[in-house]
Design a protein around this ligand. Structure first.
Ligand code: SAH
Length: 458
């Protein structure tokens, strides 16, 4: 370790910035944000810096006396000699000094920061690679939600009362872990502090029985892991058990917590590894064991995902749960296939239907689906493709209407097969698209030819 990381309290203390340009202004702002008084010295000082409340500006060349009463110095001039002089004079007086972009002149360095005040993450590559530091910052941005600020303030508010109620330190630690990783934290982060407080009080009242299970019903999107939401990822990393089916792509399952138990509940067509009722019961059973259960579903849980049924059972059993939306297949697949779902010239509306066959037929409102200027997206429709095309034509849709089948959209195996209501069934028979497949019907399908060439995923 080359440096000792510290957080310095500069409230009301005098800090010096030598230099009057943009960089100097940025450094001064950081110091002001932390409550310091800032003295700025330079022959020319940017006007917005002079105007800042709390800034004492001295329009002059730097001199030793400007270091009087100062506890910290940053030199940000473009004159190497001045920077060097600041560094030497400050170090002679044992005042910590940083010179921008000159590590050899620094007695301290400024870390990159991620500000979730009161939580502050500071990190540094010790000057080895600023680019790497910036990349790392990007990663941390996604892992540490903005709402952690709120969470920290909430925790501070109850710190004393929890300390009084749960006097045993080890028990208290577990109490806080449960609160800050569980449903209380989720409530705070979504802005519902009143419920969070009620739950915290309830946890305090039952503090002998603090382990409490919950279920996260999370939409994993159509396949490409890049299409996960931050919230999905966060809960995936938190859950103790993962219950998933075969619509969830392998790379996404791999992103769940490494030591989490993984339970596959299948559901290929006609091969229900577990029946829906059994899945509902499984979720309840796991949560009752005190586990944080991730129910990971393809696409969006509330679009042809039976998410509604799963949460009904949970609600009936009094198990806390949350639902995280995902990018539904229609949206993700259309975008990656270069087919806009609506378009001023082709479609002013878009309907999503399920083409699931029941007793060999598709029970749909054909009149409504055959309307002009509308895009129809059919989930689970491949096995009824013949019926779909024939019924649409029968109800007045022109037989030249373009239609596409997208196989395994957004994954490396994506394949788009196009035709018309008359030709596509035959083409599909020859091409044998692999599940899952999505069917898109309407004029928008023709746009693909214009757009796909420029479209990296299509
Ligand atoms: N809840 C899911 C849909 C579940 S129904 C969602 O919101 O996307 C399952 C159907 O979704 C499949 O039969 C198929 O029609 C469609 N589907 C899901 N992922 C797909 C993908 N990557 N490519 C094509 N179709 C997909």
């Amino acid at each position: 370790m080359d440096f000792l990381p510290v957080f310095l309290n500069v409230k009301g203390k005098l800090c010096l910035v030598v230099g009057g340009g943009n960089v100097a202004a940025r450094k001064a702002r950081g110091m002001l944000d932390a409550g310091a008084k800032v003295r700025v010295v330079a022959p020319e000082i940017a006007p917005e810096l002079v105007k800042q409340h709390g800034v004492e500006s001295i329009v002059a060349r730097f001199e030793s006396r400007h270091l009087d009463d100062v506890i910290l110095v940053i030199a940000a001039t473009n004159d190497r000699n001045v920077n060097k002089q600041v560094s030497e004079l400050a170090q002679a007086r044992n005042i910590p000094v940083n010179v921008v972009d000159a590590p050899e002149l620094c007695s301290f360095i400024m870390p990159a920061i991620l500000d979730r005040s009161p939580i502050m993450v500071a990190f540094s590559s010790g000057g080895a690679s600023p680019v790497l530091t910036r990349m790392l910052r990007g990663t941390l941005e996604t892992l540490i939600p903005q709402s952690y600020s709120r969470l920290a303030v909430f925790a501070e508010r109850f710190r004393e009362s929890v300390k009084q109620r749960v006097s045993n330190p080890a028990k208290r630690r577990i109490f806080w872990e449960n609160a800050l990783e569980g449903v209380v934290a989720e409530k705070v982060m979504t802005g519902d502090e009143a419920s969070a407080e009620a739950m915290l009080q309830q946890m305090l009242a039952n503090e002998d029985n603090i382990q409490r299970g919950e279920v996260y019903l999370v939409g994993a999107g159509p396949g490409d892991p890049d299409l996960l939401t931050f919230r999905a990822l966060r809960l995936m990393q938190k859950a103790d058990v993962v219950v998933y089916d075969n619509l969830v792509s392998k790379p996404i399952v791999e992103m769940t917590r490494r030591d989490a138990e993984r339970i596959f509940v299948g559901k290929k067509r006609n091969d229900h590894t577990l029946k829906q009722e059994e899945i509902n019961e499984l979720l309840v059973r796991l949560a009752k064991q005190g586990k944080r259960v991730l129910r990971l579903k393809g696409g969006d849980p509330f679009i042809f995902g039976r998410g509604g049924e799963e949460i009904e059972t949970l609600a009936a059993e009094g198990i806390p749960f949350q639902v995280v939306p995902g990018i539904t297949a229609a949206s993700g697949v259309a975008s990656y296939a270069g087919i806009p779902l609506t378009h001023r010239d082709h479609a002013q509306s878009c309907v999503f239907v399920t083409g699931h066959l029941k007793d060999g037929t598709m029970n749909l409102d054909w009149e409504q689906l055959a309307r002009p200027k509308q895009t129809v997206v059919v989930y689970m429709g491949l096995h009824g493709l013949d019926i779909l095309c024939a019924k649409l034509v029968e109800h007045g849709m022109p037989d030249t209407t373009p239609i596409a089948i997208v196989q395994q959209g957004t994954t490396p195996n994506q394949r788009v097969i196009t035709g018309t209501l008359v030709t596509l069934p035959g083409i599909a028979e020859r091409e044998k698209p692999q599940a899952p497949t999505l069917i898109i019907v309407g004029g928008v399908v023709t746009l693909r030819e214009k757009l796909a060439w420029f479209h990296p995923q299509a």
